[in-house]
Design a protein around this ligand. Structure first.
Ligand SMILES: C[S@@+](CC[C@H](N)C(=O)[O-])C[C@H]1O[C@@H](n2cnc3c(N)ncnc32)[C@H](O)[C@@H]1O
Length: 273
């Protein structure tokens, strides 16, 4: 496989997990083509160019003109935290949990001394493997993060950054507690970056999306009490970067959202251990 070969994703079922990963990939790619992108994910644009899929239908469904920023503001804040960690810890391990089709491993241009692991369910990693290969410093692991065995593949000899975007809300609270415990038991130091949704998320999901969103928390600082090894560092609304949106009308829309409690619906959290 070369990085220009076309790959067939036409069998990814509309509404499936694979499809949701293509939605966020598409929105990041779309935003990278804007004159003043916030995220500028050109690796996503390259991936979309290679993937054979009904992108016309995707565009009509996703309405990227206004929806692209939902994804790219959140990703940009997490990228900035990752970059800061990698600057301070050029020899480190990164665990990108629930990576989906995200290109964070490529767009951050981590130092060669970083060992990066993209982790997601086996069927999602099988899709990723149509596009990317493992290589020195980069591996994909197909496993549920709730399983134990995948952690044995990861070195423990240096600081560890675990980043999970759009993942923990799909786990139950006991699964989240156990995942955090296993990470802090296994790795001696590092940071944990993840977004959490408000408890309204799972309540609405019961009615609207068959309970797919399972866990929410009002204030993730409470997690310090679950796990004394975790030290809360900071948090930020996923929409905090709205002032950077180039379109005045879309920026106004986000400013209005930000002025309401909705700004606390999806919150990005940074912990040290
Ligand atoms: C909404 S997508 C987000 C994907 C990616 N982080 C992004 O922002 O584009 C959620 C991802 O979490 C993955 N996921 C959900 N539960 C998981 C689990 N128990 N173990 C590993 N991955 C899981 C799904 O397979 C999916 O790829």
């Amino acid at each position: 496989m070369t990085s220009t070969d076309k790959v067939d994703f036409t069998d990814v079922r509309w509404g499936s997990v694979g499809w949701t990963n293509l939605c966020t990939l598409y929105l990041r790619a779309y935003e990278s083509r804007s004159p003043k992108p916030i995220l500028g994910d050109t690796a996503a644009a390259k991936a979309v160019d290679r993937i054979d899929y009904d992108w016309g239908r995707m565009r009509r469904t996703m309405r990227p003109g206004s929806n692209q920023y939902m994804v790219t503001m959140r990703a940009k804040q997490l990228d900035d935290w990752c970059i800061s960690f990698l600057r301070r810890n050029p020899r480190s391990v990164v665990l990108h949990l629930g990576c989906g089709m995200d290109t964070r491993a490529f767009r951050l241009h981590a130092p060669e001394t970083v060992r990066w692991f993209d982790v997601d369910q086996p069927n999602v990693i099988a899709l990723r493997r149509k596009l990317y290969d493992d290589r020195d410093g980069y591996r994909m692991l197909g496993s549920s993060v709730t399983d134990d065995a995948w952690l044995d593949e990861v070195p423990t000899d240096c600081p560890t950054l675990a980043v999970a975007e759009g993942l923990v809300m799909y786990l139950t609270e006991p699964e989240v507690r156990s995942l955090l415990r296993r990470l802090t038991d296994r790795f001696s130091s590092g940071e944990l970056l993840f977004d959490t949704v408000s408890p309204v998320g799972p309540r609405l999901s019961k009615v609207l999306t068959k309970g797919i969103t399972k866990w929410g928390i009002r204030d993730a600082r409470a997690i310090e009490r679950w796990n004394p090894r975790l030290r809360f560092l900071e948090r930020s609304s996923a929409a905090a970067l709205y002032e950077r949106i180039p379109s005045a009308s879309v920026r106004l829309l986000w400013r209005l959202v930000y002025a309401t409690p909705l700004r606390n619906y999806d919150v990005l959290n940074r912990f040290a251990f």
